[in-house]
Design a protein around this ligand. Structure first.
Ligand code: SF4
Length: 189
């Protein structure tokens, strides 16, 4: 799940992607446990915009889910496992029977860009070891049309600094400590 199709602030590539089929705002039914976790702060932002959206559900911290989050933060395994202990639950976005996010409307995400979860705003980018990478998502048109990270950033009208900033904010909301050089981020939200 990630970038929606047709908010004015979104890149044209997302609208073109949506014309070709399901976007990153949908997931394969049955794989809901792998949806990214949502912090209380992100949930509150969504509720401010859409008080009755019913856009969230509680999800068990399954072994598969926690292993997946550990892969996102490869050198912080112990910390991630402490944040998502067994037999507890976390919040995630709710999806319909076809796997589409409940916050996805006919013309794209119902939320203004600044109210969307950080993972949505980052996708298809991620940061590992301080370096920006792009998820190997075969359905993502940005992925298919970009041979390099700078090309993908340009296609989405994003900068490297924006990606690093969003990832730093996501880390903090998910409960991970700031990376060196990210102290300013903490004051920013
Ligand atoms: S919150 Fe918006 S951007 Fe994120 S998955 Fe749902 S519809 Fe897409």
């Amino acid at each position: 799940m990630g970038r929606p199709a047709s908010q004015a602030a979104d890149a044209a590539v997302c609208a073109r992607c949506a014309l070709q089929g399901p976007t990153c705002c949908s997931m394969e039914p049955g794989r809901e446990e792998f949806c990214f976790p949502l912090s209380e702060t992100e949930q509150a932002r969504v509720r401010e915009c859409l008080p009755d959206s019913g856009g969230f559900v509680l999800q068990d911290n399954s072994v598969a889910f926690v292993d997946g989050v550990c892969r996102l933060f490869p050198d912080e395994d112990a910390l991630v496992r402490a944040l998502f202990p067994p037999r507890k639950q976390h919040l995630r976005l709710a999806v319909d029977g076809q796997g589409a996010c409940r916050l996805l409307g006919p013309a794209g995400c119902l939320l203004p860009r600044e109210a969307r979860p950080y993972y949505c705003r980052l996708f298809p980018f991620w940061v590992t070891g301080g370096e920006i990478m792009i998820f190997d998502a075969p359905g993502c048109l940005v992925r298919r049309e970009s041979k390099t990270i700078p090309a993908a950033l340009a296609l989405l009208g994003m900068t490297r600094a924006q990606v690093l900033d969003l990832h730093g904010r996501l880390r903090l909301l998910w409960g991970l400590p700031p990376r060196p050089g990210m102290a300013a981020v903490k004051r920013g939200f």
